[in-house]
Design a protein around this ligand. Sequence first.
Ligand code: NAI
Ligand code: UGA
Length: 436
Amino acid sequence: MKLTIVGTGYVGLVSGVCFSELGHEVVCIDKMEDKVAQLRSGKSPIYEPGLEELLQKNIQAGRLTFDTDLSTSAPSSDVIMIAVGTPQAEDGSADMKYVHTVAKEIGQALPSTGQYVVVNKSTVPVGTADQVKEIIHNMNEDVDVAVCSVPEFLREGSAVKDTMNPDRIVIGTSIPWAKARLVQLHEKLATGDKIVITNEKSAEMIKYAANSFLATKISFINEMANISEHVGANIDDVVRGIGSDRRISPHFLNAGLGYGGSCFPKDVKALANMAETHNYEPQMLYAADRINERQRFKPLDQLLKKFNGSIEGKQIAILGLAFKPNTDDMRYAPSIDIIHELVKAGSIVRAHDPIAQNAAKPFLPNNVTLVETMEETYAHADAVILITEWAEYKSIDPTDLLAQMRGNFVIDGRNAFDADAYKNAGIDYYGIGRNS
Ligand SMILES: NC(=O)C1=CN([C@@H]2O[C@H](COP(=O)(O)OP(=O)(O)OC[C@H]3O[C@@H](n4cnc5c(N)ncnc54)[C@H](O)[C@@H]3O)[C@@H](O)[C@H]2O)C=CC1
Ligand SMILES: O=C(O)[C@H]1O[C@H](OP(=O)(O)OP(=O)(O)OC[C@H]2O[C@@H](n3ccc(=O)[nH]c3=O)[C@H](O)[C@@H]2O)[C@H](O)[C@@H](O)[C@@H]1O
């Protein structure tokens, strides 16, 4: 099939690369000329395991091309996908300006002959498919177009793997010929029970419900960890105990500094905003969001406790800046807020991330020192905070770490270290909800 995919961010680029790998002919569109030039030369603008290899392979095979304008490829495409950003607006709602602009461009580009499928892959409020159709028809009332919702569930850091091995594909359309085309497009990825067919609005809701459920699961376990700290229970044991119940499952129950990234924070807020505009007060979403906003500041409380109320002049080593491992995405990363607070309190901050160092610079205060190796980060540190659980940090030997440090306080913000090994090495170890 011929595809036009608009937006070459995590979703658009990964989808474009994966669909071309599956044999489809894909044109990826982005307004940013330098990004398109970089992509044409086979260089990925984002760090995502396995992406660049497949990008280069499919460009060479002639199945994957890039353009700055959709008007050439869209009229001959079987499916046109919208994969532009829907960032958080000031009131918490999803800012739809990029989606609306693309809808107009599609309306201008499509001729009045033929049958077109336009797919919304961006995460959008319920009712957007109808809106996009209206915008397209306002530009060209004769075009025969089915606007469908096929939400994306990939995770950053494993985006290619997730796209190639989806748990399910949700196809939201009430139009039979569009459904047939979209089932055919996805047939190498999913068949049978793995394809969930719904109407447009349910598909749009599924995406927000999935992200809000996962975000709530994280806030729930963080709440349990915080309570465990107060009552002397250990969250690792609590998770073992509840996670073995298949209805709960042990997945996505890692207590820590809360969720960051470009999606959970904004999607929980956008769903809450959507509920409010329909006169419903979403209490659980408010709670998930509030717990998460607070969780990232836990290291600060611990430092103040350890250093008797003042961390001025203390050298603090930060391990990990990206919002999660295996990505260089810094959007809403807990590290940003933590570091700003540390600097405000007069600490000397040295930070390291194996991949996100350059991406992090614009988000951090100027007086933070970004160092090349993790060893340089914690040399002479009074305290160490693990914020992102990169694999290389997990292999740190606590005895070596202690020998390099000036102090002995380690805050494990992701419960990623072996608590006993750290304590046995003489480290004053703090994990989230990890009483021994
Ligand atoms: N990042 C992720 O892991 C996931 C994101 N999503 C959703 O997918 C959507 C896209 O997210 P990301 O890929 O992270 O976005 P992104 O912000 O990384 O990339 C969006 C791209 O669209 C381009 N763009 C904007 N307007 C354009 C136009 N008129 N024509 C051509 N290109 C245009 C921008 O230049 C940018 O390169 C969002 O709604 C997000 O919530 C869904 C699942 C996973
Ligand atoms: O809509 C989206 O953009 C995507 O959002 C998340 O994916 P992503 O944000 O890339 O990463 P996750 O692995 O879900 O992690 C999100 C945040 O939650 C945190 N987290 C995750 C799991 C956990 O148990 N505990 C926890 O604190 C991570 O550290 C990270 O900050 C969802 O997992 C994807 O299914 C979805 O497609």
